[in-house]
Write a protein that binds this ligand. Sequence first.
Ligand code: GLN
Ligand code: ZN
Length: 780
Amino acid sequence: MALATNLGFPRIGPARELKKLVESYWSKQLTLDQLRVGAAQLRAANWKLQSGLDHVPAGDFSLYDHVLDTAASLSLVPARFRPALSPAAAIEDNLFALARGLGGPSQSPAGSSQAAGPIGIPAMEMTKWFDTNYHYIVPELEEGVRPVLAWNKPLETFQEAKAAGVNARPVLLGPVSFLLLSKPKSPALDRFALLPDLVAIYRKQLRDLAAAGAAWVQIDEPCLVLDLTPEAKAAYKSTYSSLAGAGTAKLLIATYFGGLRDNLDLALSLPSEALHLDLIRDPDQLLTALERLPAGKSLSLGVVDGRNVWRADLDRALSIAERAADRIGPDRLLIAPSCSLLHAPVDLDLEATLDAEIKSWLSFAVQRVREVVAITRGINQGRSAIASELEASRAATESRRRSTRVHHPQVQARLAGVTPQHYRRASDVAQRRRVQAERLGLPALPTTTIGSFPQTKEVRQARAGFVSGTLSSAAYDQFLRDEITRTIRIQEAIGLDVLVHGEFERNDMVEYFGEQLEGYVSTKLGWVQSYGSRCVKPPLIYGDIRRPRPMTVEWSRFAQSQTDRIMKGMLTGPVTMLQWSFVRDDQPRSETCKQLALVLRDEVSDLEAAGLKAVQVDEPALREGLPLRRSDWAEYLRWAVDCFRLSTASAADATQIHTHMCYSEFNDIIQSIADLDADVLSIENSRSAGELLEVFARFEYPAQIGPGVYDIHSPRVPSVAEVESLIRANLKALRPWQVWVNPDCGLKTRGWDEVKQSLVNVVEATRSVRAALASKQPVG
Ligand code: GLN
Ligand code: ZN
């Protein structure tokens, strides 16, 4: 008999219960006991939502992050925390302290790393979990620290499940992936030196689980889909030969987010009863795996998509499973989603207002579980046993394939008509700079901001009032116009050169555009965890993208009419729109991106026609779209860069195209950044201590660039002297005509007082460096 299984379930709850629970505990509205009871109820509810499965995961839940849980349970805690963390303290409090820092002002809610502020103990760093939008806490490996088991989380949750009547499959993050995802704090430290101790602990955990009655244990080794060094491969071999035979539970090694490719033989050779394959990201690996499968080993087939929201084509999924069953027999098969459902929204049934036709094409975590159950039944009892499920699936697949809401001949005709010319501005960057210098008349070291100004309580309340109908559309528009005007006056008074309108009308930089485009739909409750208690609700692209009318032009035109200075139009770029949405699975991502690029191109033209002399097209997600394997980078970068160019190249030479990215690792993609062919690039820099400047200087970046001089991740106001020294450092590394002065990122998460004071200091510092430049004093 094939088994119906799951690798992990969303922790957040159907109505973001986890967020409410944890945040109420942080604000002291709940006691520790109440937090524990609430978390246990959530776990029990999640298990219930997965009933029908043979293997329900346990231990996949976490109050903050499972990698953090693993580090803390192994006592691998940074030394800076040790004096502050009491062994007597509740484990929950220690976990939150590690994740959020101690003693400083509260962390910034945006951005991918947390700052604990100027005082206190800085939080552990956070980074993206593979190519998802989930962020994990990066374990820090320090000299002389040895892992010691401090908390047997897998055993604890297994027993809790058992008490709830669920015979669960415990999930552990594998020791090799754990080490590969960690960060050694000194260059001399060899992460694999920790393996012997780690393996001893995992052996104990496996024995304990078996003794407690676990029949199977799932060990996640997603790093097996990455490019591995010889050391990492050796670590896999030695680790799993030592883990074999620890306890009597059967071992499932889970790989996901890609194909195993050159690591397939390695993965198959590791002693384990079963291996999980992601057959959504790499369906072709099944055939090779079946050919090379060692006798007796089972396969877990990830045949429904754990990362996206499309209803599975059951015929297709079942055929794949049947092929495997023919070859190795149903007894050696586990049916599963491609990866943990952590990355899927919870329950489609709760979408009460979603368009019925679109809804019939979708599947969230709860529905995925049912798909897995149906496919498994189809294998075990034959297709006739799931005839009605197959029928419904076919109808949905057909309706989506044929729907005129998905396929628009005009969009396709326009795509077909795109020529190489569409990707090129009329003149090269140097020529454009001359034309723009004349038209814009900006001083040396022009100052600007990244786009958003504080999204205050008043702004959010007004929007909520407008959405719920208590504030009329006219009153809301007036409110926004007032905010914009006020923000313009403030920027003028501070003396900034290129102004922005402040983005007050936007709930989110992707959803705002998604709501105005055809082919996009937003859900009410389609939340997925981003980090800790933070969730995001990506809009969903279901069809060809069309722009019924201009999206930002009215606001930008109004803003420009309020000032004599240069106003920047503000758009989200095609790659970021793609990256932060759920996207179609019926065409390549590059095609969808191209469609997005074309509607943005129209928006750029309309902004130009409305008198905007500068337009910024943000691409903060460009780098995170990089594929997991290096050999796939070039192809991605080619179409990503092309799409950005397609969206901006229609601009006249005299229109200054800006772009913005908020990270500082450009080393390996600098050529592509230059290929974007933007006139001005603003980037995060104030936290990266010059490494970035070196890259741009060495490369001789051909356009203008504003490396951030104000760290917006912290509420701290930078002094004039600090900003001045950052500007001077920028001037030293770059050529003077290249340098712009701006913050690291948008200011929406900050308060007005700090923002005003910081920008006053930025402008004062700029003026002082300008004066030095004018008098030809050395500036470097
Ligand atoms: N223009 C956006 C803002 O200022 C950019 C946000 C981002 O880089 N993530 O908020
Ligand atoms: Zn940014």
